[in-house]
Design a protein. Structure first.
Length: 201
């Protein structure tokens, strides 16, 4: 049974979930039961925020048969390296052959969790995302912050203030990922405590 919308309490809604959205805690379990077993190798990686669920699975891919070894002594590609053309073909095959089923699963998940679903695959250590959201975020900046963005634009690092802001967010996230994950964990604990309420009442 789905969780009811939580009431708003004091302070900011904790963690990565909003008080007025369905609880996404069982998203991995739902996808584990809903996804066809032959799509991915192992369980997919699932990332969730307030707007989107991103599902990235390891694509099973086999090496093409190689001709008999030549006696020329020429250097050959490593035995475990998947040729780019093979990866591209596997990606195209998966994307086209699973499109109707992925759309159906995404619609069901959106009805259940109130978030869009994006898909991606991982092949030979590389990650490929299909169409996913680019959500506009409005903010107000004072002159010192605007100068930072304008410097990035004037130097050619970014094409616009919006592009510069996205660049700085990516940079901050890259260098603070461990701290951000610790913060998310702490906020999830606050969410759990808030939902349980005081004991003995």
């Amino acid at each position: 049974m789905r969780n009811e919308h939580r009431g708003r309490g004091f302070g900011r809604p904790g963690g990565w979930q909003q008080a007025d959205l369905p609880d996404p805690a069982d998203v991995p379990d739902w996808f584990a039961g809903r996804l066809p077993s032959d799509w991915f190798t192992g369980s997919p990686v699932i990332e969730i925020d307030r707007d989107e669920i991103v599902v990235v699975g390891e694509l099973p891919i086999s090496q093409p048969e190689k001709p008999a070894e030549s006696e020329s002594g020429a250097d050959e590609a490593p035995a475990d390296k998947v040729p780019n053309a093979t990866k591209e073909g596997a990606i195209a095959r998966f994307r086209e052959s699973t499109r109707p089923a992925r759309m159906q699963i995404a619609n069901e998940a959106q009805q259940r969790y109130g978030r869009s679903v994006a898909w991606g695959i991982s092949v030979d250590g590389q990650r490929y995302l299909f169409t996913h959201l680019a959500v506009p975020v409005m903010t107000r900046l004072r002159q010192p912050e605007r100068k930072v963005l304008d410097t990035l634009v004037d130097s050619g690092v970014a094409r616009s203030r919006a592009d510069a802001l996205a660049w700085t967010v990516k940079l901050a996230g890259k260098h603070a990922e461990a701290w951000l994950e610790e913060l998310r964990g702490a906020m999830r604990k606050v969410d759990d405590l808030r939902s349980e309420g005081p004991q003995g009442l």
